[in-house]
Write a protein that binds this ligand. Structure first.
Ligand code: PBG
Length: 325
């Protein structure tokens, strides 16, 4: 007996081909940005203990890593530096011979087809581990801006294709835009960490980048996870200041925010699938509790469905392999 009082949604799910035909969201290797930690020293490829499969890599090992990305069809890499020397002002962040500046020159020379995104922040370079200059026990906004501009310009000079400021100082997009323009880099886009929450999901990253704050936390500059309207204010001011891309970070617990930002602002939206989100999956997979491949592809697809155009993810290489299968 046919009951016509209800809809038969299963009609559109009844075969692999039918499901492919009606699929609304596609994940592609073109969407992926792979983060990498470049460390000072020779012949280093050191696994981060809390991030299985993620390594700190020295300059001499960088080119082979980059070739692997290109072979997998990944177009873009996000660079973090792990310097030997740290100081109060984070001077290795904006030094011409800084580790990221050296890495940028090397990649541009040897693997020029890769898009290099430079994370612009001070926390990996400061002795106190905060993202700016400390005055009276807190990060001083305007004093930190000047160092962010110097860092961005030195990265552009070294060959960065995109500047990605992440220290959450007010006005960083405006300051960096002005600094880049004055230095002759008006064609270099800014990918702003516009909406960045003070999140426990960053724990493993701070092992990888050796950037744990030595006192206090980042709550006076990163956002309160409870807030939604504040995210819209942050995105709005960054757009007004000239951001070319907007990042929402972390990703999974903030898909609602991603959707709202995507619906309101007309700029490519980047999801940052952060370290803690990676480590949780790896730990469960190592215990045999989940199917890693299916879970990772599901969550990356969910980020795209929520509005992300691009995804920064430590799973980029794995995902590319799976997508190429
Ligand atoms: C630098 C920065 C951080 C991350 C990206 N850029 C750390 C932080 O803000 O503490 C975190 C990335 C991750 O957890 O994967 N400020």
């Amino acid at each position: 007996m046919q009951d016509s009082n209800f809809k038969r949604h299963r009609r559109l799910r009844n075969s692999t081909a039918m499901r492919a035909l009606v699929r609304e969201t596609q994940l592609s290797t073109d969407d992926l940005i792979y983060p990498i930690f470049v460390v000072e020293g020779d012949n280093i490829k050191k696994e981060v203990s809390s991030m299985p499969g993620v390594f700190q890599v020295s300059l001499d090992n960088l080119t082979s890593e980059m070739h692997e990305l290109v072979q997998l069809g990944i177009r873009s890499v996000l660079l973090f530096g792990v310097p030997k020397q740290k100081d109060e002002q984070g001077s290795q962040a904006y030094c011409e011979t800084g580790i990221v500046q050296q890495a940028l020159r090397k990649i541009k020379q040897e693997v020029p087809e890769l898009i290099t995104v430079a994370d612009t922040c001070l926390c990996e370079y400061t002795s106190h581990g905060h993202c700016g200059v400390i005055e009276d026990g807190d990060v001083n906004n305007d004093a930190s801006l000047q160092l962010m501009v110097e860092t961005a310009v030195s990265q552009a000079k070294a060959g960065a294709d995109i500047i990605a400021p992440s220290n959450m100082m007010d006005g960083f997009v405006a300051s960096i835009r002005k600094g880049l323009d004055e230095a002759g880099y008006s064609n270099i886009p800014i990918m702003s960490y516009a909406v960045k929450y003070a999140s426990s999901f960053y724990g493993p990253f701070r092992d990888a980048a050796e950037s744990t704050p030595q006192f206090g936390d980042r709550k006076t500059y990163q956002m309160d996870p409870a807030n939604r309207l504040e995210a819209l204010r942050e995105a709005e001011s960054d757009m007004e200041e000239g951001a070319d891309f907007l990042i929402v970070k972390p990703a999974l617990a903030y898909l609602d925010i991603m959707r709202e930002v995507k619906d309101r602002f007309n700029a490519p939206l980047v999801a940052y699938n952060v370290s803690g989100e990676y480590s949780m999956v790896k730990a469960a997979a190592q215990n045999g509790w989940i199917n890693e491949k299916e879970l990772v592809l599901e969550k990356l697809t969910s980020m795209k469905r929520a509005g992300a155009d691009l995804i920064v993810t430590y799973f980029a290489k794995d995902a590319a392999k799976w997508l190429n299968e």
